[in-house]
Design a protein around this ligand. Structure first.
Ligand SMILES: C[S@@+](CC[C@H](N)C(=O)[O-])C[C@H]1O[C@@H](n2cnc3c(N)ncnc32)[C@H](O)[C@@H]1O
Length: 421
């Protein structure tokens, strides 16, 4: 680890964590303005290894801390993470974490922090899977022998994928820019897909501000690439859960003349979509704030392609969003599950007979994927799931599942459902 971790980096990481652990704020929101890479490393790392760190710290506290001292508890996690996972020398990790307690305005806790951290072994201990039991149980039930590899993969750092905006620059020309800037990368499956060898802040990449690229997982790009294959010029397309626009913009970069309607029910996320559209230079689509479980927004003219990139548990993206392991509950997954079925049933009515609906999630759980599609197929005689084949992952009963055990991609599911003419 390069650079110097100051006590204020540690105190800030503890505050970030307390917002996520205590209030359920999302990691993305909490770190929106955080630019210090070491503070980010602490925040991500403590979420990634939350369960084993909590176990280690709680076992060394004489009694639980008060709820109002959650920031202090999170600081102990930060201290434990440095000692056990970052190879920060013990005296520096302990002294600076003690100073961080003062920076949190809790000088009375200096002795406590010192005592707990001194009792901690300097190697990881405790819950090796670092997943909440309910999620670990689901993964083990579904994936059997493959589960340990998946659990391990979920605790790795996320890769950084780029999508070259072909409306702005040819992929080969962008690769030349990266080489000139001495940024190491690998090709992924599509000409526009690039995998950086080492993640870096997007604003430091050549052409980022001018919209030459978007940051997007290369697995998500495979989903977008498959969507594009279903299209011809002039198609009327509905992207029903569009924000922040990753798949939508990928389609627009195909250069086909499309008639696109983009819905989302979250105004803030649609705002992010319109900012991204501006940076990438995309226009000419209708963006509507609307509930895709209803049809109040629809003019009655059917679509040639309907895309439901459904809200889901995000269980395929735990490397990128380790906060999901800490904040998501089985109740939320059940609620989202009902929403997935409702979206599918409702939007089916907008598909032109003879045309296609694509249902996708960034989940690895069958209950959000094949099982949703299965219930839908059972209730709709005019619906047929037709095979999806992608270059990584595996076929499922009704679609295709990518898994984060491929180090290049997050976990995604995609099913193609055709409506009989
Ligand atoms: C997985 S994200 C979509 C990602 C997006 N397609 C992309 O590629 O960047 C799911 C989206 O569905 C939206 N959503 C959730 N419930 C919805 C509903 N009832 N109607 C419309 N959009 C909804 C969420 O606000 C969220 O932006």
């Amino acid at each position: 680890m390069r650079g110097h971790l100051s006590h204020s980096d540690r105190a800030r990481a503890a505050r970030h964590l307390a917002r996520i652990v205590g209030r359920g704020d999302s990691l993305d929101n909490v770190i929106r303005r955080e630019t210090n890479p070491l503070c980010l490393e602490l925040t991500y790392g403590c979420l990634r290894h939350h369960f084993s760190l909590v176990e280690a710290v709680e076992a060394r506290l004489a009694r639980p801390l008060r709820a109002k001292d959650l920031d202090l508890f999170c600081l102990l996690l930060v201290g434990a993470y440095q000692l056990q996972r970052m190879r920060v020398p013990g005296h520096a990790a302990i002294n600076e974490t003690v100073s961080a307690a003062r920076a949190l305005g809790k000088p009375w806790a200096a002795a406590l922090v010192n005592a707990v951290l001194r009792k901690l072994p300097t190697h990881p201990i405790g819950d090796a899977s670092d997943h909440p039991p309910w999620l670990q149980g689901k993964i083990e039930t579904q994936y059997g022998d493959h589960a340990p590899a998946l659990l391990r993969a979920n605790n790795q750092r996320a890769p950084m994928g780029l999508r070259v905006n072909r409306r702005k620059i040819e992929p080969a020309d962008y690769r030349a820019l990266l080489k000139r800037a001495d940024i190491a990368f690998d090709d992924a499956w599509l000409p526009e897909s690039i995998l950086l060898r080492k993640p870096q802040p997007s604003a430091t990449l050549p052409g980022f501000k001018d919209g030459a690229i978007a940051v997007q997982d290369v697995g998500a790009q495979l989903v977008g690439g498959f969507m594009r294959e279903q299209l011809q010029g002039g198609c009327r397309v509905l992207d029903a859960c569009a924000a922040p626009g990753g798949k939508l913009f990928h389609l627009l970069e195909s250069g086909l003349a499309l008639d696109v309607t983009a819905l989302d029910n979250a105004p803030m996320r649609l705002q992010a979509l319109s900012e991204m559209a501006q940076r990438l230079g995309h226009g000419g689509f209708r963006a509507i704030t609307a509930d895709a479980c209803g049809l109040a927004w629809w003019d009655g003219e059917p679509f040639d392609l309907v895309i439901i990139d459904a809200p889901c548990s995000g269980s395929g993206t735990l490397r990128r969003h380790p906060d999901i392991k800490v904040t998501r509950t089985p109740q939320q997954v059940r609620r989202t599950n009902r929403l997935q079925g409702a979206l599918l049933r409702n939007l089916w009515r907008t598909v032109r007979p003879g045309c296609t609906l694509l249902y996708c999630t960034c989940s690895i759980l069958a209950e959000e994927n094949d099982q949703v599609v299965e219930s839908f197929l059972e209730a709709h005689e005019d619906a047929r799931a037709t095979g999806v084949v992608l270059p990584t992952g595996a076929a499922t009963r009704h679609g295709w599942q990518m898994l984060p055990t491929d180090p290049a991609t997050d976990g995604f599911y995609l099913a193609r459902i055709d409506k009989q003419a």
